[in-house]
Design a protein around this ligand. Structure first.
Ligand SMILES: NC(=O)c1ccc[n+]([C@@H]2O[C@H](COP(=O)([O-])OP(=O)(O)OC[C@H]3O[C@@H](n4cnc5c(N)ncnc54)[C@H](OP(=O)(O)O)[C@@H]3O)[C@@H](O)[C@H]2O)c1
Length: 255
């Protein structure tokens, strides 16, 4: 039996960008604690497969296909999720992407593309979800931020700007929404083995570089982010808001 502080029975959770990678791992973790999870992404086939994988284990799962950078689609989809499931308690705004290149090679369109997906969309999905949370005076908003927002790396300028912006927005929203019973926090991952990092994982030197900078001497497995998400989604974190939980094998703790 799940400890009551970590039980998510009767809770409904939307996890954006959860067809694979960190989003799927966090959604699976919430579902294992009793939540009904709604997977999201832009590809219906992968989402249907993901939801089936969870349902085959006896977990409660649904999916909603929409692009978080499309305002009309996002607004309609989130209202539809709340209508279909009768409530919306937990939002993990996790969908994200990156572009890596030297400063001079960036176009403004590329900058805008990353900011739209990694920052503006998080504002939008939060604005759409919070009214449903306010109805029950209970809500959990969780952003997937990044180690690169607090430790510099070259080439990923818009990504770093977006993730740093998310950490700031975590605090402003925490201040505004606390009186409605809604907490706002972030999970701050180091380097994890996911498709987002396919190019980095194919580069042996970079893999070794990360290992050498990480006290645990390895990259994270997506499953290892689930615990932090469960904690921030559950009663266990009822007095925690405006914070980040770093999950990085100790990378940020080392000089
Ligand atoms: N992996 C890491 O080391 C790491 C570290 C720190 C932070 N993060 C953050 O963690 C989050 C997840 O990353 P990941 O590594 O799991 O990446 P991933 O494996 O590439 O997964 C990204 C997910 O987001 C979805 N997605 C992308 N753009 C979307 C859009 N516009 N609308 C809806 N869904 C969209 C993708 O599905 P479709 O393509 O099917 O739409 C997929 O489900 C991102 O915010 C990333 O910045 C990752």
């Amino acid at each position: 039996m799940t400890h009551p502080l970590f039980s998510l029975e009767s809770r409904v959770a939307l996890v954006t960008g959860s067809s694979r990678g960190l989003g799927f791992a966090m959604a699976e973790g919430l579902a294992e604690c009793g939540a009904t999870v709604v997977l999201n992404g832009r590809n219906e086939k992968t989402l249907a497969e993901g939801a089936k994988k969870l349902k085959d284990r006896g977990l409660r799962a649904d999916f909603s296909v929409f692009d978080v950078t499309n305002e009309a689609a996002t607004r309609a989809a989130i209202d539809d999720i709340a209508r279909r499931h009768g409530r919306l308690d937990i939002l993990i705004a996790n969908a994200g992407m990156t572009i890596r290149k030297p400063l001079e090679e960036w176009t403004l369109a590329q900058w805008n593309e990353v900011i739209a997906a990694d920052l503006t969309a998080c504002f939008l999905v939060t604005q759409c979800s919070v009214p449903h949370m306010k109805k029950n005076k209970y809500g959990r908003v969780i952003y997937t931020t990044s180690l690169t927002a607090v430790r510099g790396r070259p080439g990923i300028h818009a990504y770093v700007a977006a993730k740093t912006g998310l950490i700031g927005m975590t605090r402003s929203l925490a201040c505004e929404l606390a009186e409605h019973g809604i907490t706002v926090n972030g999970v701050l991952p180091g380097y994890f083995e996911t498709e987002l990092n396919a190019a980095l994982l194919a580069n042996k030197e970079f893999v070794e570089f990360v290992n050498s900078r990480t006290p645990m001497r390895r990259w994270g497995k997506p499953r290892e982010l689930a615990g932090a998400a469960i904690y921030l989604a559950a009663e266990a974190s009822s007095y925690v808001t405006g914070q980040q939980i770093t999950v990085d094998g100790g990378t940020s703790a080392q000089m």
